[in-house]
Design a protein around this ligand. Structure first.
Ligand SMILES: *Cc1c(COP(=O)(O)O)cnc(C)c1O
Length: 400
């Protein structure tokens, strides 16, 4: 028998749950794109977009997903043959590197594996080795959604400064903006990339690139920038159409307005805190489950190296797939698949899953998902240690 009827919970790391308020804001016909309400409403987005990223710098918006955001950043940062240093701690860092390479950038990847954080000594050494300063920018994820590893951005900035290297710092915050603490200006980030369908709680379709004045000046002649991708006209548009180099993503913009209102009402420090506490509840549950079954293990050992929006974990093949199927069909909770984490003995990722706690998510959703996971383990006879739900409840109770 299934107990899945009722409101389903999509607990995958993007797209995330869309708030009813955002859906309702989008439920409207096409507005006039030449004058009137849309134009004024869009003007109100810029201060809030800067607020979520913690910057007074420039913002360019694109119709696109996170992959589009990467290419937008690449196109403006680099000319053909320029060099990029990319930090990889999972699938997403690697994919950003691949996109830059495919566009003609000379890419050096520092690969730290998929379970350990980036080693800043290696980053510093790589930058010191580049005595001719050929590296134009360092690219990194803040949270790699596949591995759930968080890169410590202030420490990365410090390593770049210690090396005395002038490279720009570009950060993919697609999985972390609106979830994990991020302060673009304070942390010395030059370029930030995000998309709307994760912490920003809006259906997939908008990508954002924030860039500092320094990045604007240093990248002014980048020859990869085509009319569509060039960030300058978007950030300094004189005509409304220039913001998108064509038709505006009208309906999405109303959704984004509402989502930004929600973040504004809650306040960024509280938004980050909520994610931190809910992540802590998930980790407490995993610690208890793992204690009774060593095949269950979070991918990242040190909590300080884990993102606050998603937790990646091993379950031992084929149990991850069995558990995901059970949670979805029997209890209405959809968990994330493993992505790029499979050992060669498990090509179908049957031993790995991800639990999202990203965006429009609260204690009842997270505790509910954990309860469902444990019910699934019990029903499927996957061994697990006791006390997980009590530990998660304690984490929530202590914080709230
Ligand atoms: C989701 C994600 C992407 C890719 O975004 P798409 O919208 O799927 O193109 C890139 N980087 C990170 C860190 C992500 O979480």
């Amino acid at each position: 028998m299934s107990l899945a009827n009722g409101r389903p919970y999509l607990a995958i790391p993007g797209p995330s749950v869309i708030p009813d308020r955002v859906l309702q804001a989008m439920h409207r016909g096409s507005p006039n794109i030449y004058e009137g309400h849309l134009i004024e409403m869009v003007a109100s987005l810029w201060p809030d977009l800067r607020m979520v990223a913690g910057t007074t710098g420039h913002v360019a918006m694109y119709i696109g997903n996170g992959h589009a955001g990467w290419e937008a950043a690449n196109a403006n940062l680099f000319s053909r043959g320029d060099k990029a240093l990319v930090l990889a701690v999972g699938q997403f860092g690697t994919s950003w590197a691949n996109s830059a390479r495919a566009m003609g950038v000379d890419v050096e990847v520092l690969d730290f594996g998929k379970s350990a954080p980036a080693d800043m000594n290696r980053v510093e050494a790589a930058l010191r080795a580049d005595s001719g300063h050929k590296i134009k920018a360092v690219l990194t994820t803040q949270v790699d959604t596949a591995s759930s590893i968080k890169t410590d951005i202030p420490r990365l900035r410090a390593a770049m400064d210690a090396a005395g290297h002038p490279a720009l710092l570009a950060v993919d915050c697609i999985a972390s903006l609106g979830c994990d603490e991020f302060r673009m200006d304070e942390w010395g980030v030059d370029v930030t990339v995000a998309a709307c369908q994760k912490g920003l709680m809006t259906p997939p379709g908008l990508a954002f690139v924030w860039f500092s004045e320094q990045a604007r000046l240093r990248c002014a002649g980048a020859d990869l920038a085509t009319p569509y991708w060039a960030w300058g006209p978007r950030a300094e548009a004189e005509e409304f159409w220039q913001l998108w180099n064509g038709t505006a993503p009208t309906t999405h913009l109303y959704g984004l307005r509402e989502a930004l209102d929600m973040l504004h009402e809650e306040g960024m420090p509280q938004v980050w805190n909520r994610h931190r506490v809910l992540a802590g509840a998930v980790w407490a549950a995993f610690d208890a489950w793992s204690a009774g079954n060593p095949a269950i293990a979070m991918n990242v050992a040190d909590p300080g190296d884990r993102g606050w929006s998603v937790t990646a974990a091993r379950f031992g093949a084929p149990h991850a797939t069995r558990l995901r199927d059970w949670c979805e069909t029997k209890a209405g909770v959809t968990l994330g698949i493993g992505l790029g984490m499979a050992p060669s003995t498990d090509p179908a990722y049957h031993g790995f899953l991800r639990v999202a706690h990203m965006g429009h998510v609260n204690a009842h959703m997270t505790l509910g998902a954990l309860g469902v996971m444990e019910a699934g383990m019990q029903a499927l006879e996957i061994p697990y240690g006791p006390g997980a739900l009590a530990a998660a409840v304690k984490a929530v109770a202590a914080a709230a």
